[in-house]
Design a binder for this molecule. Sequence first.
Ligand code: DC
Length: 219
Amino acid sequence: MYSIAIDGPAGSGKSTVAKQIAKKLGILYIDTGAMYRTVGLYCLENNIDFKDEKQIDTMLQKIDMKIELLEGKQEIYLNGKNVTQKIRTQEVGKAASDVAVIFSVRKKLVQIQRNLAQGHSVIMDGRDIGTNVLPNASVKIYLDASVEERTKRRCKELNLSSCQAERIKLEIIERDKNDKNRKYNPLKKAEDAILLDTSSMEIEQVVNKILEIIKIKIQ
Ligand code: DC
């Protein structure tokens, strides 16, 4: 059994790459960002003030989050409703980044993540996987890419025209700032993680490179 941790900023290619690797290796893919997004969605839909820790703690008791895992695919349910698609907007991404600064939210989600990873070989992506969720992961990768390249990718993913690129770029810069500077488990390369700058790499090249690393590390 082994575990692979993939961390990196928004738009660095983590989930696309991790999904493909999970399929190729026949292991579970766990998207931890989806869990923060689900909490963010609940806050938006219920007008919960991100800064009010009391409201957040009450909310955490009301949230029933279920995760279904297949090789390379994850479905997420919020109080019985499948929200896998609904959480993929920029607005929910921003809300996720905002709730992710709160300690009680992180504590609850990290526990779910560690439980999911137990007893299986997994590839898990997020911001604090190598540094906090799976500190003993067999392989740790930190993916990065320039802000310009990440903006291009996000626009393509969200089907946005180039005239919206400037707004998306600013949102990415803001999200990086939020994720890297928060107090609890900020986005940071683990000391033993391998850094890959994917700015001028095709997805297939990144996947193959990581598969090579996995092969060397897991014998
Ligand atoms: O990877 P993503 O864009 O779906 O993540 C959304 C937000 O969730 C991200 O901006 C910060 C937060 N997050 C986190 O704090 N820790 C993780 N392990 C994963 C995501």
